[in-house]
Design a binder for this molecule. Sequence first.
Ligand SMILES: [Zn+2]
Length: 285
Amino acid sequence: MKNYLLCFFMLTAGMLLLPRASLYFPMEEEEPPIFLTVLDAESGETFSLPLEDYVIGAMEKRTLPAEEEARKAAAIALRSCALYCRAFRPVHEEADLCNDPACCGGFEREGFSEENISAAAETAGRYLTYQGNPAAARFHQSCGKYTADHQAVYGTAVPYLVRIKNVEENAVQTLTLAEEDFRARLGIPEQIPLEDLFWEYDRSLYLLRLHWGNTSLSGAECAARLSLPSPFLSAVLTEDGVELTCYGSGDGVGMSLGGASLLAREGNTAWDILAFYFPGTEPNS
Ligand SMILES: [Zn+2]
């Protein structure tokens, strides 16, 4: 009898206590997962992709530094850019981004490395903001003495994508082309003397445009046609032809991954690195 009474008491107490306990100790509510609307470049259809799947997949698609804090900085930057695109849709009207590597950088759907899984998980939900909105935290592989100013390269001012004195050793590449080869690659007609080319630079020696006659090419287009990795390039005319010197790799805007590596090796955290390359931005939480 005593056992029955005890059971009855426990059941009743349990029924009374449980709902009340949940009032006093509410379960911590989980943030609902964020989804991106992605445009499939082949079919033209859109599909949904969880933000965190995108971050790991986008990391996998890019060549990222080995240092853990630099890799985490890249994870936060990719998440920030995706959220920026979700908020402002600067590239596609119908989607936050697309899966074409040539357009939005692309992302993998499988085959993720342990390093990328852990960098994404450790920074999950964390991103950079500027004045309360997600920041377009762009990055490139490496650059010269200075990063490039977004306004100088793309024509619009972004307060946190400005010229920063860079920290890494310059990755320099030189290339000498015979005059005919140089002309053929850039499409410069023979009647234009190479001395008359006008190389338009910003103050970081980033080639903005190369002009001749009524024609001009952007620095990025020149670099691509000359098979050089960045528009931080200069040219000297020699007896052998045109001697080109190129610094770094990528468009030079935002965070240099080479610099992020160096800062991580010096003991800086992912947030230190991001604060260095994106002045005025803040962590979301
Ligand atoms: Zn795109």
